[in-house]
Design a protein around this ligand. Structure first.
Ligand SMILES: [Cu+2]
Length: 311
């Protein structure tokens, strides 16, 4: 069984890796280009933007840092990485210091700032706890692009010798470090294929109108998604629920499945009692569905869909 799975991986990984790149919309980067080591996001009322613009995605190099802040406004915001991949570490540098992440611990009024470090390549999605459906942004952490298949890391044209000094000269001759024939080349992101079979627009299916008191859909998993995790969160606005006063939205359903198998995974998320009451009262309920699929290697793909539910 294990041998079979390995063979599957070997067959499909290159394809999955390609598709993964399409899903994550990784900016095209030629070999040798290195993304910046830092990025900065600012909370505005009501979005998470790359500071100085309206972009909601930034790419940094592995080991880089991202600064988060809420300089001014009239609401409360924070940066929460939810159940997905977490930064390696975070430090709050402004405002009244709280345990982080989330940064700050809870959505907080203007004046706070902080920094997180990302040592693991991948796609990191974060949101504001107060505005989980509108304030969502993404950080892509890229591994260095290396061009060698041997144990010696050389990122550019290097002469066979002299890349390191003071070490034994054995094995430094070109080819001397080559792995034995047949040894698979280990790419740092080689296990980083998308857990979805194809782009999320096709691999994640949620009808825009549904009937009943559950939100249903499906996700088609690639071989990289085997043993992965699926999370579906359903949100409704406070207004639609006629719940306690206040802006933002409330989670009205949640489903988590682990140990996924390759192929189509169906899900059905029942609504909370308050959402069911609102649905029956208004004969309709507008919902936001956030679907997150994480491979066993930590590669995460998320999608947000709107669903109009009728009883
Ligand atoms: Cu917010």
């Amino acid at each position: 069984m294990r041998a079979l799975r390995l063979r599957f991986r070997a067959l499909y990984l290159p394809l999955a890796a390609l598709l993964g790149a399409a899903v994550a919309v990784v900016p095209k980067m030629a070999a040798g280009d290195t993304p910046p080591a830092t990025a900065s996001f600012s909370a505005v009322d009501f979005a998470w933007n790359v500071t100085g613009g309206t972009a909601t995605q930034a790419t940094i190099a592995q080991g880089g840092t991202v600064t988060f802040s809420y300089p001014s406004g009239a609401s409360t915001h924070n940066a929460d990485f939810g159940s997905g991949p977490q930064p390696s570490s975070c430090t709050q540098t402004g405002g009244s210091i709280t345990p982080v992440p989330p940064l700050p611990t809870v959505a907080t009024g203007p004046g706070w700032s902080g920094t997180c470090t990302f040592n693991t390549p991948g796609t990191y999605t974060f949101h504001c706890d107060h505005h989980p459906t509108t304030m969502i942004a993404t950080i892509i952490v890229q591994a260095p692009v290396t061009t060698t298949s041997s144990g010696t890391t050389s990122t550019g044209p290097t002469t066979g010798t002299g890349t390191t000094t003071g070490t034994s000269p054995t094995g430094m001759t070109p080819g001397g470090n080559s792995p034995p024939p047949g040894t698979p080349t280990t790419n740092p992101s080689g296990s980083g294929g998308s857990p979805l079979a194809g782009g999320q627009s096709k691999a994640i299916i949620v009808a825009s109108t549904e009937h009943g008191t559950s939100v249903r859909g499906s996700a088609i998993l690639s071989s990289a998604g085997a043993d992965g995790r699926l999370e579906v969160d359903v949100f409704a606005s406070r207004t639609a629920l006629a719940a306690a006063a206040g802006a933002g939205s409330v989670r009205v359903g949640r489903l988590v499945r682990t140990s996924l198998s390759v192929g189509k995974v169906r899900f059905s998320v029942p609504l909370s009692a308050s959402a069911k009451r609102a649905l029956h009262r208004h004969k309709r309920l507008a919902l936001t569905v956030k679907i997150i699929v994480v491979s066993s290697h930590g590669v995460r793909v998320s999608a947000t869909r709107g669903v109009l539910l009728r009883p």
